[in-house]
Design a protein around this ligand. Sequence first.
Ligand code: ZN
Length: 343
Amino acid sequence: MPDTATAARSRIFHELDFDKPGKQIGYLRVPQSRDGGAWSTIEIPIAVINGGKGPAVLFTGGVHGDEYEGQIAGARLARRLDPQSLRGKVILLPAVDLPAALAGRRMCPIDGRDFNRCMPGDARGSFCQVLAHFIDSVILPQVEVCVDVHAAGNSMEAALSTTMHWVDDPKVMQRTRALAENFAAPYNVVFWGVDEGGTMAAAAERHGALTISSELGGYGRVSVDGVRVAERGLDNVLKGMGMIDGKPDTSQPDGGRTRHMEVRDQKSYLFAPSDGLFEPLYLPGQRVSAGERAGYLHFIEDWARDPMPIDFRIDGHIWMAPGSGRVRKGDVVAVIMRESEGV
Ligand SMILES: [Zn+2]
């Protein structure tokens, strides 16, 4: 149940009744006073589809505006899901950071923040903080499962994967892994990223929800395969939880199953040692070895400087590959995942 005391402190208002049966499509209204619009609001799309008794899940997309697969899959699911054939409740936020989604950007153009660093938010804070506070205090306490669909945005491309965090409880690890197997992306990557505490996934975990996220494309475009994996994955989760009829389709193009991977070692992250134009020599999913050439950093403005070679530091498969051309010193130019040693 929502924490009404906390909800009452939120500045967001809406006309939804989270306990009412049926389908409600509407908006969370975030006050955003501006020149020419004293009482203006930013309307964040939300769907609550309630089929009565059963589990409650949250599907989110567009936490980063330049990641499109979850926006498409989430909005389509909201349109097609029939409460008559649903057991339990699905809450869908297909474009969480709507201003960023409309701008095709990672960062919110209103307050300049990365929404996925703003949880658990602040009711008196900036746009993203106010929205994060509402999701953390009103929505996450209602759900048992959270699936937050991401891609690698404008700067990277990911091998199509679900992701999950290392958590202390082995039972939670197992159940989360089973959830990822149901979603059935080609890879499932266990990791703990840079500055992960403010993410949607970390917040959902703090509320005790089983949580997976995903990386289903990148390079700032819509991945054909990523949308397919996202749509099937959301359906699969509902089927796996018995919320809609049918068995999850977990098949993969290579005839196998989801491959369990992990990013445990700091050497998995390869950083640019200097500003430059990075030329990668690999593709997402490709197998690579320690010492093998990862790419070259070009200094196109200076004939006197030869391209700088960058080599991989560990064996594994490429999880994240860069694609934006120009990089800055300290930017990640590859993330390596390795076969999981088991959880
Ligand atoms: Zn993202």
